[in-house]
Design a protein around this ligand. Sequence first.
Ligand SMILES: [Zn+2]
Ligand SMILES: [Zn+2]
Length: 910
Amino acid sequence: MTTTGEERERGFDHSEVEPRWQAAWDDADVFRIDDDAEDPEYVLAMFPYTSGSLHMGHVRNYTITDAFARFERMRGESVLHPMGWDSFGLPAENAAEERDTNPRDWTMQCIDSMKAQLTEMGFGYDWEREITTCDPDYYRWNQWLFKRFREEGLVERQAAELNWCPSCETVLADEQVEGEGDEELCWRCDTPIEHREMDQWFFTITDYADELLAELDELDGWPNNVREMQRNWIGKQEGASVAFEIPGYGEVDIFTTRLDTIYGATYFSLAPGHPVAQEIAEENEEVAEYIEMAEAADEDDLDVTSGVFTGEYAENPATGEKIPVYVADYVLTDVGTGALYAVPAHDDRDHEFAEAHGVPIKQVIEPGPEAEVDADEIDVQKEAYTEDGVLDLSAVEGSSRAERSDGVLADSGEFDGLHSEEARDAFVEEFDGENRTEYNLRDWGISRQRYWGTPIPMIRCEDCGHVPVPDEDLPVELPEFVHTTGNPLDAAEEWKHVDCPDCGGDAVRETDTMDTFVDSSWYFLRYTSPDLEDAPFDSERASDWMPVDQYVGGIEHAVMHLLYARFFTKVVNDLDMLEGVREPFTNLTNQGMVLGEDGHKMSKSRGNGVSPQRIIEEYGADTARLFIMEAAQPEKELAWSAEEVQSAHSFLQNVYTLAEEFAAGEIETGDAGTDIADYVAREIDATAARATEEYEQFRFNHALQALRELVSLLRRYQDATTPDADVLERGIIAAAKLLAPVAPHVGEEMWERLGHDGLLAEAGWPSAEAPENYDIERRLVENTREDVRDIVDTVGIEDPTTITLAVAPEWKHRVVDIARDADNVVPAVMQNEDLQRYGEAAADFAKDLAGRAQYDETLSPEGELAALERAAWLIEREFDADVVVRSAEAADDSLAKKAEPGRPAIDIEA
Ligand SMILES: [Zn+2]
Ligand SMILES: [Zn+2]
């Protein structure tokens, strides 16, 4: 009947097959997209940093976008799926240093080898659109955009703290500082580094803080955790500022979101970097020592109780009370005003600090009427009460402003009973404060003191100040790389000294380069017109092609890259360069990590890494791709498993061999129009429909599971009978197509074996309509098989010979229909005149139904009969018994009466 038992050399040789199809796709320009394409599906992976070789994380990332792009292309979409190189950055300088070469040559080598690897993986990119950020044709537009941003008032000089090596006399990038705390050393000479304030170039991204925050709510194609991380990073706080007087030092502004608690302030805190703290330190050695210690410490070294009393007192404008002033590390210099009043009764951090320093704790807020706790359950001496509530100032001395000097509690509780929210409003006016909105988000410092980046297009003239390089002189190209202790741009004397564009006098170029995040903030726009020579991108096309429909990359970019890209998109929109697009990425997926077989992150030190190269050589790219996509959903972690890689490989060989055998006429075919053929035909359509939906939802592993089930069904079909040639061929074609996005080489190979001209990559996706009532039928068949298994097991039938299935009579369906809508099932059924003639049987069945919570949808009696006849062969194979399917009328009464809609009666003869 079949050839499956024969021993023969079968299968494909990946090392021969894969390069051949890669060349064929290339020859046919399958992945190229015309400039005049209308609003293509834009599928994008975060472009790789040019480190030298791909790792498994890359392979996973790019397999996801490639599979999705191929899926969409087969569905008839035009698809934009480009690739490029994030190729500036310090690692290239380090590599150049170590290898006695220069960053450009090193980077170009990396690109060559990574591009070869991408091709070997079978990823289909439009290489005509390749971009390389270290190419002057690309980075000139960084410079050009910098100038436009500056004209818009979005570029500022601001002071920033930099690392300085006193021995090399140079500024060091953070990555060039080794060690931590006291041990921060210059990477070249091991001299302890110093910090220096210097003016740097900043993009004022804070101008867009509100919009960047507000529009996160609209990005419902993004993971919630990424949106939340951006919200926290932007850190909008609505609050108020109020001044406290510190005698001898003047008024100090505080910022608080809880002005309602001001009566409960029992101490005052300054950040170590606050000017008043610095001033106090000049007179107070203890404070000076603390500040020095705190500034040298790392972020996590000090806990919230770290701080020192200054000996000074601040006057609370609400109570007139003098409260002690501390310098405390937990107050951040750059958040709010760098000063705060502390309310231990109503803030956890303040509470912990107060306990450690023996500061009093004074309650001024009680749970309001809406609260879930009672006032007497609250003990602020033990734990802060941080919820909003109502004010209770009865115990607060001096809560009358008028009488505070003599300490009389006249008119205390003037604000008693106010709700926190009302109090916050009232107190702003009461204490001469002002409403303020603060953000954690800082402006974006883009100056980097390193060579391998985009030169900032500015010139410094003694007379004219900072003068931009004229557009016609762009790009400012990097000078030749030189090995030096400092910044090579500083050492490039000839490059550095220029005439001032304004006055023609002697001037000097800016020697800092741009943060490489500038490069990646708009590269997705450049792909729309990569060779354009008079603008960074073609506005009309970008407006049509953007936003990116599917963006896939690592969670490590949740904040900076994605926030900067959003910022750039909004700015170029405001510059009228992009129409109708203010958000760059509609859908975002963060692929999960690839772990080693030991369940730990792949790393050199653990020796648990798997190189993509090795897998390609041993099993081929398709096996690697299939394993990765089957092992987990894209956003979940994935652990490498040699066994599952092997299983993926066997599956590919198996499905390919099926096509090969069929094409070679080795499978005997014949029986058309049988129940089995009908069953298989319906499964093919249902599988295509299910896989399509799973692909759409990025649940590739589910799609592939459906495919595996289909292939296994086709094999069983072939084992069970002489299959219908048309049905079997249709099944194999569907399998090839559903496989093609993930294992494209094997798919093409099958397609060719089956005698098709043209490429599968360009063939249509299988029609994706599930047969009518498919789900109900599937449930009926599954439940019935389950019931047979139960009976065989429970009764202990060793060798069943005949299994008889009887479907329920039509009247029972009517009973179920009535029960579905009735509050009271039994009377409703018995009142039905048509059903009354079934007498006790109808009453009993109604009683059975009455206890049920829900009624599954069922097929008609004829539908059930047909469905079970189609599926009978599966039961025959499973139990090696004959299967007889009967209508209620044709079955024995004793059997038929046990049948229910959706649950045929079962009789097993042994
Ligand atoms: Zn040094
Ligand atoms: Zn000048």
